[in-house]
Design a protein around this ligand. Sequence first.
Ligand SMILES: Cc1cc2nc3c(=O)[nH]c(=O)nc-3n(C[C@H](O)[C@H](O)[C@H](O)COP(=O)(O)OP(=O)(O)OC[C@H]3O[C@@H](n4cnc5c(N)ncnc54)[C@H](O)[C@@H]3O)c2cc1C
Length: 455
Amino acid sequence: MTKLRLAIVGAGPAGIYAADILLKAERNFDVSIDLFDHLPAPYGLVRYGVAPDHPRIKGIINALREVLDRGDIRIFGNVRFGEDITLDDLKKHYNAVIFATGAVRDADLAVPGVELEGSYGAAEFVSWFDGHPDYPREWPLDAESVAVIGNGNVALDVARMLAKHVEDLMPTEIPENVRAGLAASPVTDVHVFGRRGPTSVKFTPLELRELGELRDVDMIVHDEDFDYDDAARAAVSGNKQVFVIDKTLQQWRQREVGQASRRLHLHFFAKPLELVDDGTGRVGAIRFERTAPDGEGGVVGTGEVRELPIQALYRAVGYFGSPLPGVPFDKKRGVIPNHEGQVLVKDAESGQSRQMYGVYATGWIKRGPVGLIGHTKSDAMETIKHLINDLGNWWSPESPSEESIVALLDERGIAYTDLDGWHNLDEHEKALGEAEGRVRIKVVPRDEMVQISRG
Ligand SMILES: Cc1cc2nc3c(=O)[nH]c(=O)nc-3n(C[C@H](O)[C@H](O)[C@H](O)COP(=O)(O)OP(=O)(O)OC[C@H]3O[C@@H](n4cnc5c(N)ncnc54)[C@H](O)[C@@H]3O)c2cc1C
């Protein structure tokens, strides 16, 4: 029987779902899958993106773990595609590869002053509070007044993590350095800025509502933002999600405020123009322009410029994918160009795109960094359907045996981690947490993660 030796690069939800779907799919060939990730632990942004105070979403790790624990997928952590292994290596050992490398960095924001000290990308901050091994352990939480630019759930995660009192994060898995950093934060005011109106936000209702439940944090919204036009009114009456969001915001308009020690302000119709230098090279204020509805669901500038003193700014304007050596990349969209998961390459002579046989993409690197974890499942289904149908076009590897890739990694001295290693680390982190009455405490330094994993 034909056998598909498949490499999947990226052990986030997209990669794990793709492996699971392929193993369960109707097919007339055998399958053997190796999953590679440059992190020593699997689960991608579920471990290193989803906020620590969202245990229900973090719990998706349990479902992903069940897939790995079945034992029919091998994982090789701490192996970076492009450095430790290359596309040529994969061609030598596999019939095909699926890239599921997600998106880890911040999209750019072209606003003057963005380079000032005190201006941060949300992805960096998220990586810090979620204990990502490749980010500095110290985070400069020295601002009293902070702005967050963006009207999606990541902006809300950042704003909530900044405004929430650290005592209320204590049941979570935050590492000790994050606890200490947040505990020392002098923050009193967090301002979230969105260019559009309250009916055009990308927040999900649940995440928004959660802000109103933060202990000792007042939610501040401004009456001037609720003078809805016809398009906004139609959105409220015609879209359930917008209806719930509007209801939450309207309730906050009625709330008494003034007692809490911290405040979380939502500013709508506010387009950031520039960050103002405080004279020492640090962020001192944000200058923004008041916008107004343009009657077609968008906004236009009104020319009215305002300024708010802040000492730090977080840009939560989206994530962006990173190019992989030897793999086509769409620089504008930050994705691997593809047709339903079949990777496309541009012919140098004709300029026409054609399928790059044997190479597939799924998840955020295929579709762009939007959507929830569940969406990576439907993504994976589409990609796997093509992989199965493309049987005639797979690569013909010269060393397809399962041992040969292990030999290659050993030969290169790569300290890879495997499924048993993950179990070791998982148990270790849970034990650290148990001692403090918490679910888990994450181990952050990469060396330590690898050492614990490899016993
Ligand atoms: C801050 C934040 C909060 C979120 N909160 C939620 C939420 O509450 N609920 C929800 O449903 N969704 C949430 N999401 C969205 C969710 O995380 C994504 O939908 C999902 O993780 C995308 O899956 P993926 O597998 O494509 O990418 P990822 O999860 O990013 O996984 C990609 C994997 O590829 C690996 N990789 C990258 N490059 C290489 C390389 N060169 N070599 C080897 N491995 C590599 C990475 O280490 C990573 O493990 C959130 C996202 C962010 C950013």
